[in-house]
Design a protein around this ligand. Structure first.
Ligand code: BES
Ligand code: ZN
Length: 909
């Protein structure tokens, strides 16, 4: 008989329950291998919202039919129960083909509604539910923020609006009618194109009807209602269609939306030129809201943004924020093709839209700005977050095989490593076949809910290359290590390069198969020239790319006139760690001579890391070290080179973070020692390169009006990087320069940079600056977050007390995710020395906050817990205290499934 496919995804059999349910059932893991197509499809959805702060009525009319692809073994279409997801809903009525259903016809639980005997022919279901937007603090489903009604449905929020098949492989067209009080919500938006609008009850109510002709899964549904200020513009697509663009923000903030609008048009043009992708609706709207769990969301034709990632002016936003806005606007826009037009079959395929779209936004930023600097920024991010995740208890494959709470899988691995996996297809296939593969994917799967398999097959089909082994990148977790050695034979003029891939065990995956890895390399002669890469087989190495497939390879290069210095993993051609025994001299040589600028930065970064690791072990023995001076000297040569753009030089000047050093040390980590070493190295560099840094500080000063362009931002970045190192010297003049930098700042980039440095030092100058910043910005809910974060990240001993006090500040609220991230997140993830206090008070505080948050917003609570992802690498004392804190959390009653899943994995792994 039919295995009731849609039931395969559900929890325990339904029981009779009260109409207004309370708590979700015990969480159960969902497995990729259990995927079954839905037993029913929904082709059309008509929604009618009657907006009310605490009791919004939702009328939903669904065109349902049995899914012909979900027949049982015998091929029979015997009707099976129809199970609809629903949470936190008050059911008012349900009718089938206009006939009201009675209690006997369906079962209601706290997670859904099951129609026991649906017809075997297509039918219409009409369901009326009530929801309470004001009470919704989880910010999933329909909620209110800053007096604006808005929705967030990815991943499983639609079920908090109405009963539905809340899964991404159910695609329907939507017509949405919204009715509201025109004073409260003059703006009414939903997906697609506006069909009509009008006034009711003599102006007491009004309504709007929107229609989205593109079939979509319910996670892409969106609705917004509120008193918002519109910024309007338009875009002419490559085929000459005019698209109306609208950005909606809080009144008075209109000017701050200009950068987002400009970024949107550049992103739309870029997707046409680079990927041949044209926008498809007549309107594209973006709304900025204050309380939002994520950065932004790609709802079809109606993107919703966290206002922090949309509003920017020179006075209020740093260059980093300008850059982030450009990237996030692009990312969400690019989802229109990679996510909306082609969506995911199930949530295990999340990387299909997220990894691919991150890759696309990275490429956009690289084209808009400096490609090398972009690559450095992206690789830094990958290593700091994804490599750390992959090395700990939360490690999982780019395509996970099971989950309890899907919201916990919007991870650095799915996003960042997912983007790297797509990126590797370029060196493996060549750019032309890569583009042809993308074209085929768009053509073949448009309008479908696809899988990673479908995606990879497109590249196999256009190139004829077998990607079976490559697919392991999606299923094997852990960061591969390439252990390399180079031997030179002076007599034979040959160089042999051994590369062994070592694949670390990860939770649930003790043994791994070798991966298909593109390693881009160069060999440099003593005077810095590129040597020809001739293999003893007679072949050359096209574009310097060696595709590894075996566990061990030895490449024998011939006609090598002198001992070469290897430049490995150029452009970071694969998401792996490389180890090779290079002398300080070789590394200095690469820093000065490598023709691949990315690898020149990589050489500087590894040199700094190895210096810091050495300094930590010297400090651990109670000795002091002058190890940093050699690094300082090498750095000096790079940063004066006018041939290198300022943004690049700024990246070279930035030391690896303390978390990066901790990750490389990998065990028995003492965050206090790392902090001391980090400070000591900064001071040494500041002293050794004082004159150079002062010259840079002076010469990079801005003249004239602020411009957010990459070149101007690069100059500010270099100047601020110089300021950081000069301030680390701790002299009187340095303190005066820093205070003046704050006072004279004419933009937020300089002001915020100075504020963070001052807050880290403490003392009267810091207090003055913090008070000034608070007084200037306390009425701006976006900018004030910088004030919270600067205090939370201060490494001073009194920080925890201060952070505790700030949790009671009138501007702080656990219900506002941005505030939580700015204070609690910044403390736990951005202040290694105080979070990891040797007395464990940092851990205890953090767990208390997670517990409190879990009652309000489980998604954010679970995310905050990620601060513990590397706890097992700590030295024994801290490790014991962290374990105690985590166990206290794990034992707490009524944990959400979100927090429960993370804390269990962190303690087990
Ligand atoms: N689809 C996501 C937003 C999302 C994630 C909503 C999880 C609900 C649950 C969106 O496309 C996204 O990826 N946003 C990122 C920013 C992006 C530039 C990587 C975010 O919100 O952090
Ligand atoms: Zn995304």
């Amino acid at each position: 008989m039919n295995a009731a496919p849609s039931l395969a995804w559900d929890g325990a059999p339904a029981a009779e329950e009260p109409v207004l349910p309370m708590k979700p059932e015990t969480p159960r893991a969902i497995h990729l291998k259990d995927y079954r197509p839905p037993a029913y499809l929904i082709d059309k959805v008509a929604l009618d919202f009657d907006l009310d702060k605490t009791r919004t009525r939702v009328r939903s009319r669904l065109s349902v039919r049995p899914n012909p692809d979900a027949r049982g073994k015998a091929g029979a279409l015997k009707p099976v129960p129809l199970r609809l997801d629903g949470e936190n809903l008050e059911l008012a009525s349900i009718a089938l083909d206009l006939k009201p259903l009675g209690k006997k016809d369906y079962r209601l639980t706290d997670s859904g509604l099951t129609l026991l005997k649906p017809p075997s022919e297509p039918f219409t279901l009409e369901i009326v539910t009530f929801v309470d937007p004001e009470a919704n603090k989880a910010l999933s489903g329909l909620y209110r923020t800053n007096n604006v009604y808005c929705t967030q449905c990815e991943a499983e929020g639609f079920r908090r609006i109405t009963y539905f098949l809340d899964r991404p492989d159910v695609l329907a067209t939507y017509t949405v009618r919204i009715e509201a009080d025109p004073n409260e919500a003059p703006i009414l938006l939903s997906n697609g194109n506006l069909l009509e609008r009008g006034v009711l009850q003599g102006g007491k109510r009004h309504y709007a009807v929107w229609r989205d002709p593109f079939p979509k899964p319910c996670y892409l549904f969106a609705l917004v209602g509120g008193d918002l200020a519109p910024i309007a513009s338009s875009f002419r697509t490559m085929s000459g269609r005019e698209v109306a663009l609208g950005i909606y923000v809080e009144h008075g903030k209109e000017e701050r939306a200009a950068w987002a609008m400009d970024s949107l048009k550049r992103a739309m043009r870029w997707d046409e030129q680079r990927f041949g992708r044209e926008y498809d609706l007549d309107v594209f709207n973006i709304v900025a809201v204050s309380d939002f769990n994520m950065g932004a969301m790609e709802n079809k034709g109606l993107n919703v943004f966290n206002d922090r990632l949309l509003l920017a002016s020179p006075e209020t936003a740093t260059d980093t924020i300008f850059e982030a806005i450009e990237a996030v606007i692009a990312h969400e826009y690019f989802h229109n093709w990679t996510g909306d037009r082609i969506t995911c079959r199930d949530w295990f395929q999340l990387c299909l839209k997220e990894g691919l779209t991150v890759f696309r936004d990275q490429e956009f930023s690289a084209d808009e700005r400096s490609a090398t600097v972009q690559r450095i920024v992206d690789v830094r991010q990958l290593k700091t977050h994804q490599f750390a995740e992959d090395a700990g208890p939360l490690a999982h494959p780019v395509r996970p095989e099971s989950y309890i709470e899907i919201n916990n899988f919007y991870t650095a691995t799915v996003y960042e490593k997912g983007a790297e996996v797509v990126r590797m297809l370029q060196p493996l296939l060549g750019s032309e076949d890569f583009r042809r593969g993308m074209d085929l994917y768009f053509e073949r799967h448009d309008g479908e809910a696809a899988t990673v398999e479908d995606f990879v097959r497109c590249f196999e089909d256009v190139s004829g290359i077998d990607l079976t082994q490559f697919r392991l990148w999606y299923s094997q977790a852990g960061t591969p290590e390439l252990v390399c050695a180079l031997r030179y034979d002076k007599g034979k003029k040959t160089a042999e390069l051994d590369i062994e891939q070592v694949l670390p065990a990860t939770p649930g995956q003790p043994h791994k198969k070798p991966l298909h890895i593109p390693v881009k390399l160069g060999l440099l002669s003593g005077n810095g020239d590129e040597l020809a890469l001739k293999l003893d087989s007679g072949e050359t190495v096209p574009d310097g790319i060696l595709p590894l497939t075996k566990r061990k390879h030895t490449f024998r290069f011939v006609d090598v006139p002198s001992r070469p210095v290897p430049s490995l993993l150029r452009e970071f051609s694969a998401p792996v760690n490389v180890t090779i025994d290079l002398s300080d001299r070789d590394v200095e040589f690469l820093m000065a001579n490598d023709g691949d600028l990315f690898n020149r930065w990589q050489a500087a970064n590894s040199f700094a890391t190895r210096t810091l690791v050495d300094m930590v072990s010297i400090l651990a023995q109670g000795k002091s070290s002058a190890r940093g001076n050699r690094y300082a000297k090498a750095l000096g040569a790079t940063i004066v080179s006018d041939a290198l753009e300022p943004a690049y030089r700024a990246e070279v000047l930035k030391l690896p973070t303390q978390a990066d050093v901790a990750r490389v040390i990998g065990k028995n980590v003492d965050p206090a020692l790392i902090h001391r070493a980090h400070r000591a190295l900064s001071r040494m560099i500041g002293r050794a390169l004082g004159d150079t840094l002062e010259t840079l500080y002076a010469s990079m000063a801005g003249n004239g009006a602020f411009s957010p362009d990459a070149a101007s931002a690069g100059r500010r970045a270099l100047r601020n990087a110089a300021l950081t190192l000069l301030s680390a010297r701790g002299g009187k003049a340095d303190a005066a320069r820093l205070a003046k930098h704050y006072a004279d700042a004419t933009n937020m980039t300089d002001r915020a940079h100075a504020l963070f440095l001052l807050a880290a030092e403490g003392g009267p100058a810091a207090e003055r600056a913090l008070a000034d910043f608070r007084d200037t910005w306390m009425h701006d809910n976006v900018v004030i977050d910088t004030w919270f974060a600067a205090q939370a990240q201060s490494p001073l001993a009194g920080t925890l007390k201060r952070v505790e006090a700030l949790t009671r500040h009138p501007l702080f609220a656990l219900t506002a995710p941005n505030k939580v991230r700015a204070l609690i997140g910044a403390f736990a993830a951005g202040n290694p020395v105080q979070f990891n206090r040797p007395d464990g008070a940092g851990y205890a505080f953090h767990i208390d906050q997670v517990l409190a948050l879990d009652r309000i917003n489980p998604q954010i609570a679970a995310r905050m817990l990620g601060a513990f992802r590397s706890w097992r690498t700590l030295e024994t004392g801290r490790r014991g205290l962290a374990r105690k804190a985590l166990q206290r959390l794990a034992r707490s009653k009524d944990l959400s499934s979100d927090v429960h899943e993370i804390v269990s994995k962190i303690l087990e792994g």
